[in-house]
Design a protein around this ligand. Structure first.
Ligand code: UD1
Ligand code: CA
Length: 483
């Protein structure tokens, strides 16, 4: 098909996404379409696929259960919404759009909000087939080893669809049909809106089934076509948490594959969890059991160590994130090394070539270029100048029980091990803080600050003085034996 024609089809297509149901089989308080697979809600995957086949202003999501939340999640996709009042079935959900859409000519595609694996390519095929087939509608079908839970598709001898039978209503013979309804349809819009009013409540459930449209259109002498898809993965409808896990696995596999083909090494990809929107640069190595989440962006030639978890964070080029490091909403500049077992949370910024070692926690803290904090420290609400060295066990006391306070450390300062910096406090550039100090007052540049008790040494104490100075012995009944 020419790209001109595809473009015309794009402009003439309206998409309705049904996303109003609760999803009883999920056994959840959350609406089904708000559950996540591949790091996005189910309905977001569908909205993203829809945006490939129609203009955003012609995409409508039907909402009902937790409508506000579903609409908020979909807001960034720039689509419209129709509320379904009372969830009386898929046919009822589509009919809710009739007033809003009945005057729009062209094609009308219907998608279910619980099929997150759909590829835009497949939707394009459906749309473009419907635009030339002359049928009233086309639906996507596939053949499943185990078709249970899906509607079964009945074909006539010409291969046209004459009916869809829901599992609950199927006779044993119909149940043995393995050709299933994916729930993805493309209609000639005017025919759909003319006949959708003929849907009648299902005898067993009292719901309006969209699937009955096949029979209604056939009865009016129209043809309904089937587009058979070989890869049934794409059509997986999520009804239970078991299927949710299946979809998640497929999406993660796809993401890893995409990254590997783009030049990222992923070791043991089946153990790695990478969200859909994550970006990773070429020649970066992602080790087993890592999780790269949210809007995380990783540069080139990095190494992300085993078990590391990075969420909505920016990592520049040639960074090493050693194993079992947690990074959230933070930024690591090029050449820096963090971890193993480090934690950067909430607005931590690690400068170029800086080092953050094991059991070091950074919060709202900027560690300057080339600065080091290699072991066992808490650095919160602080700004640490380039080239400074923060000794093992350093703690910024940033909280007085009511308010948070800032610690500022100048460039090339040396903070001795086990220092306690009581904020608000400033340590000037090139200064030294002696190990074990408690620093409560500002230290000017180029100074040495000692904030600890002077050491006392008593020569010969063991032989001479021990008896005299021996600590009081506590007797068994708890009374002091005061010799
Ligand atoms: C539906 C089809 C079935 C098909 C299967 C494919 C019907 C009657 N059956 O069954 O033939 O094989 O999908 O996955 O259509 N929804 C609403 N409002 C409602 C009811 C549902 O918006 O009143 C939405 C749900 O949020 C969901 C979608 O429609 O996203 C599908 O509903 P669901 O109950 O999952 O349909 P299935 O039983 O899976
Ligand atoms: Ca379903």
């Amino acid at each position: 098909m020419s790209s001109d024609l595809m473009n015309t089809n794009f402009m003439n297509t309206t998409v309705v996404i049904l996303a109003a149901g609760l999803g009883t089989r999920m056994r959840s308080k959350r609406a089904k379409v708000l559950h996540r697979a591949g790091g996005l809600t189910l309905v977001e995957h569908v909205a993203a696929a829809a945006a490939a086949v129609a203009p955003r202003e012609r995409i409508i999501a039907v909402t009902g259960h937790q409508a506000e939340e579903v609409e908020a999640i979909l807001q960034p996709y720039g689509i419209g919404f129709v509320r379904q009042l009372g969830q009386k079935g898929t046919g009822h959900a589509l009919a809710a759009c009739r007033e809003r859409l009945k005057n729009l000519d062209g094609l009308l595609m219907v998608l279910y909000g619980d099929t997150p694996l759909l590829s835009p390519r497949t939707l394009e095929r459906l749309r473009d087939l419907q635009s030339t087939s002359g049928t009233a509608a086309t639906l996507i079908t596939t053949t499943l080893e185990d078709p249970s839970g899906y509607g079964r598709v009945i074909l006539n001898d010409k291969g046209d669809v004459t009916a869809i039978v829901e599992e609950k209503a199927a006779t044993p013979q119909q149940k043995s049909i393995r050709l299933i309804n994916s729930g993805i349809y493309c209609f000639q819009a005017p025919l759909l809106w003319r006949h959708v009013v003929e849907l009648r409540p299902n005898a067993a459930s009292g719901e309006l089934y969209l699937t009955d449209m096949a029979e209604i259109l056939t009865r009016h002498g129209h043809r309904v076509g089937a587009l058979h898809i070989e890869d049934p993965d794409e059509l997986l409808g999520i009804n239970t948490r078991v299927e949710l896990a299946d979809a998640d696995r497929v999406l993660r596999e796809r993401k890893c594959r995409e990254l590997m083909l783009a030049g990222v090494t992923v070791e043991r990809p089946e153990t790695v969890t990478i969200d859909m929107h994550v970006q990773v640069g070429v020649d970066t190595i992602v080790e087993p059991f890592t999780r790269l989440l949210g809007s995380t962006e990783i540069g080139e030639e990095c190494r992300i160590g085993a078990g590391a978890i990075l969420e909505s964070s920016m990592v520049a080029d040639r960074v090493v994130v050693a194993p079992y490091t947690l990074v959230a909403n933070s930024r690591i500049e090029s050449g820096a090394q963090v971890g193993p077992f480090a934690r950067l949370r909430m607005d931590a910024q690690v400068g170029a070539d800086a080092r953050v070692g094991n059991f070091v926690e950074l919060k709202k803290t900027k560690l300057g270029k080339g600065a080091k904090s290699q072991h066992l420290a808490y650095l919160g609400d602080s700004e640490i100048g380039a080239g400074s060295n923060i000794g093992a066990g350093t703690i910024t006391c940033n909280y007085d029980g009511e308010h948070k306070h800032q610690t500022r450390i100048g460039e090339h300062a040396f903070i001795g091990s086990n220092s306690t910096l009581v904020a608000p406090v400033e340590i000037g550039a090139n200064s030294y803080v002696g190990a074990g100090s408690v620093i409560t007052d500002n230290v000017p540049p180029e100074a040495l600050a000692l904030g600890r008790a002077r050491q006392v040494v008593k020569p010969g104490w063991v032989k001479k003085g021990r008896k005299k100075e021996a600590a009081p012995v506590i007797s068994k009944d708890g009374a002091k034996d005061g010799k």
